[in-house]
Design a protein around this ligand. Structure first.
Ligand SMILES: Cc1cc2nc3c(=O)[nH]c(=O)nc-3n(C[C@H](O)[C@H](O)[C@H](O)COP(=O)(O)O)c2cc1C
Length: 214
C-alpha cells in the first residue's frame, strides 16, 4: 500500500528550500495543490430518486475523443453510490454569484438533506442522461459514465460528455461561451477559499509566437 508518509519531501535529502536565483521555494510536501481548481456541482439521482448535488474541486476535462470529464469522489459521499447506479451524472459550473450555494453542497450530504430544497436551487431533469442539473448554473455538462478508476482515497468517475448546454446570455455574438459572463467560481485549495478568475491575458495558441521574435 502506498504511504504518503514514506514519500520523500525532496530528492537526495536536499533541504526543503531551493534557491534558483529568482525566488526561494519552500517545499510543502506531496499535497494536492493545483491552480486553478473548479467548484463543480455534480448532479445525481439517489436510490430513492431524489435529486442531489455535490461540490467537487477535483475534476477536469481528461479526453478529447470521446469528450470526457473526470471527477474524483470519496466512497463515503452519497454521490459515490449514485453515479454508478444510474451510470450518469451532470457537471454544472457554479458561477461566483452561487458561491454560498456551492459551498453548502460541499458541506452537507444528500443522504440527510435535500440540498436543492434548502438552497432554493432548481433540479432540472436532463433529457440525455439519468441525472439532474442545476438550472441556475450557466454551463452544464451532461455525462454518461464511461470509466471508473479506484485510485485510493477517491474513486474517479470519467464521464463521456453527451452535451454541453450554455445559457444564451453567456454566449458571445458568434456563439462561443463567454468566460466573463459565465464568471466561474474557482476554489483555492491552499487557503480553502473561493475566487473569481482574473482578467484576459492573451489569445491562446497565438501569444506564444511572440517568443520566437527576436
Ligand atoms: C470546495 C469543495 C470542494 C470539494 N471537492 C470534493 C471532491 O473533489 N471530491 C469529494 O469527494 N468531495 C469533495 N468535497 C466534499 C463534498 O462535496 C461533501 O462531502 C458533500 O457533502 C458530499 O455530498 P453528498 O454526500 O451529497 O454526495 C468538496 C467540498 C467543498 C466545499
Amino acid at each position: 500500500m502506498f504511504s504518503l508518509a514514506q514519500t520523500p519531501r525532496c530528492w537526495h535529502n536536499a533541504p526543503n528550500t531551493a534557491h534558483t536565483g529568482a525566488a526561494m521555494k519552500h517545499s510543502l510536501g506531496p499535497i494536492t495543490l493545483l491552480y486553478p481548481m473548479p467548484a463543480l456541482l455534480i448532479g445525481t439521482y439517489d436510490a430513492h430518486g431524489k435529486a442531489n448535488v455535490m461540490t467537487a474541486a477535483w475534476g477536469g476535462i481528461c479526453c478529447s475523443a470521446p469528450p470526457c470529464v473526470a471527477v474524483s469522489v470519496r466512497p463515503e459521499r452519497h454521490t459515490c453510490q449514485a453515479i454508478p447506479a444510474r451510470r450518469a451524472f451532470t457537471v454544472s459550473i457554479a458561477p461566483c454569484r452561487l458561491a454560498a450555494e456551492a459551498d453548502y453542497a460541499g458541506i452537507v450530504s444528500g443522504a440527510n438533506v435535500n440540498k436543492f430544497a434548502v438552497t432554493g436551487l432548481t433540479a432540472a431533469r436532463s433529457l440525455l442522461v439519468d441525472a439532474p442539473y442545476v438550472e441556475e448554473c450557466p454551463v452544464v455538462l451532461e455525462c454518461e459514465l464511461f470509466r471508473t478508476l479506484e485510485l485510493g482515497s477517491h474513486t474517479q468517475f470519467v464521464g463521456r460528455i453527451l452535451d454541453v448546454k450554455v445559457d444564451e446570455d453567456c454566449l458571445t455574438p458568434d456563439g462561443k461561451p463567454d468566460i466573463a459572463r459565465i464568471d466561474p467560481l474557482a476554489f483555492d485549495a491552499g487557503q480553502r477559499a473561493y475566487h473569481s478568475l482574473g482578467a484576459f491575458v492573451g489569445q491562446a495558441f497565438s501569444i506564444g509566437k511572440r517568443c520566437e521574435q527576436p
